[in-house]
Design a protein around this ligand. Structure first.
Ligand SMILES: C[S@@+](CC[C@H](N)C(=O)[O-])C[C@H]1O[C@@H](n2cnc3c(N)ncnc32)[C@H](O)[C@@H]1O
Length: 392
């Protein structure tokens, strides 16, 4: 039996993923961005402010684009990418040459051996990788050992609830002996068309635009090693590695909001819970976390947003990447729509990343508005993931 790294490497040699593209500048100008990028998500990675000076960024399991993208977006920082797949690294090199990315170094290898590079990193990005390892805890431990004392890791693991149907099909396809090949992809596509409309995978397929690409079909349905997590399992993985959970990169799927208002039975039941139990319960009720993206640090170094703090007026809100004003009283961020009143729109417009909440709501026009409105409305926007909060 071949080891998991060999099987996984073989898949990504034959079906490099994600689908590569040829020009970072062109894609970025059309609105492309990567969730968790340090240049865009500063307040999430460093709620107390980004450290001064040049950062050393590791992109572990970089795939086809992520390391070049990180180098392009963070030109003042040094980026190292590592991956098992030569095909993926070849595309990273292509983008490196095309965009003259002198701040990027690429290594072929297993992230379990990342210590042999002999460097410590201020930021580690590892998204969509650990859940493909035979022992994700060993992978996380290897990354922890190269994380600088005040460093931050951005991790992404699959979410189990949304992928339930995917695992049913992986099981069936494995029994059928469907190979990771062009013929295998054709066979999978034919079988998907014949599934009943009540199959657990149907919602997933409807939402996964990328399944147009063969590499995504292989990555989703024919992966040799693939597991997924629920919130308590995320917390356990982090704790076992001796790390501390800091925050979700996008709060939206984890807090009670959206459909369940403050008067709902669900609000009454989940609002009193501790954050971790609240997130775990909301995950099971909402079935909205197809992936868990979050940051961790060494114990004692995390900074967490808490609107019960007395100094909430000094919190500085920033628009989350992707948030856009669509019209009067209407904002959009990816699939999420936000309707708001004139007053609410005024305060969202004021959240430009330079002013504290106290300054935004402390204008004469809002004199009559109770102080508590500012606190609770900004908390609401943060729990929706539409705002990132920088702490004083
Ligand atoms: C699903 S892709 C994700 C790529 C990239 N992180 C992203 O988010 O776009 C997984 C990548 O991790 C790499 N990989 C998987 N296991 C690895 C390991 N043990 N060491 C290094 N790379 C690994 C694969 O070769 C593949 O390129």
């Amino acid at each position: 039996m071949e080891d998991v790294s060999t099987l996984v490497a073989r898949q990504y040699e034959a079906f490099a993923y994600p689908q590569p593209f040829a020009d970072l500048k062109a894609e970025i100008s059309k609105g492309y961005y990567q969730v968790g990028d340090p240049s865009l998500y500063g307040p999430v990675l460093w709620p107390r402010g980004r450290p001064e000076g040049q950062l050393r960024i590791l992109v572990a399991g970089c795939g086809t684009v992520q390391a070049a993208y990180a180098a392009y977006m963070n030109p003042g920082d040094e980026v190292v990418g590592i991956d098992l797949s030569e095909a993926s690294l070849a595309h990273e090199r292509f983008l490196q040459d095309k965009h003259h990315l002198k701040n990027l170094t690429l290594f072929k290898g297993d992230l379990l051996d990342v210590g042999s590079i002999g460097q410590r990193f201020d930021v580690i990005l590892c998204t969509g990788v650990l859940h493909h390892m035979a022992d994700p805890a060993a992978g996380l431990a290897a990354l922890r050992d190269v994380l600088a004392p005040d460093g931050v890791m951005v991790l992404m693991l699959y979410g189990a609830t949304v992928r339930t149907g995917v695992y049913m099909l992986q099981d069936a396809f494995r029994r059928m002996g469907i190979a990771q090949s062009s013929e295998g992809v054709v066979q999978v596509r034919q079988i998907l068309k014949e599934l009943p409309s009540r199959h657990y995978v149907q919602d997933y397929i409807r939402a996964a635009d990328e399944l147009k690409e063969d590499a995504a079909v292989v990555d989703t349905f024919l992966h040799p090693e693939d597991r997924a997590y629920i919130v308590p399992q995320v917390m356990e993985l982090v704790e076992v590695a001796g790390l501390e959970f800091q925050n979700w990169v996008d709060n939206f799927p984890y807090w009670r909001n959206g459909g369940w208002g403050p008067d709902s039975a669900i609000a009454a039941a989940v609002d009193p819970l501790s954050p971790t139990d609240h997130w775990a319960a909301v995950e099971m009720l909402g079935l909205a976390a197809g992936m868990h993206m979050f940051t961790v640090r060494h114990p004692g170094h995390v900074a967490q947003v808490d609107f019960e703090r007395d100094d909430w007026r000094n919190f500085v809100p920033h628009w989350a990447p992707g948030l856009a004003r669509k019209g009067r009283g209407l904002f959009q961020r990816g699939p999420y729509e936000l309707k708001c009143s004139e007053l609410e729109q005024f305060v969202i417009d004021g959240a430009d990343g330079t002013r504290a909440i106290g300054e935004i709501v402390g204008v004469p026009a809002l004199e009559e508005v109770p102080d508590e409105f500012g606190r609770r409305y900004f908390e609401h926007l943060w729990k929706l993931g539409h705002l990132m909060i920088e702490l004083p």
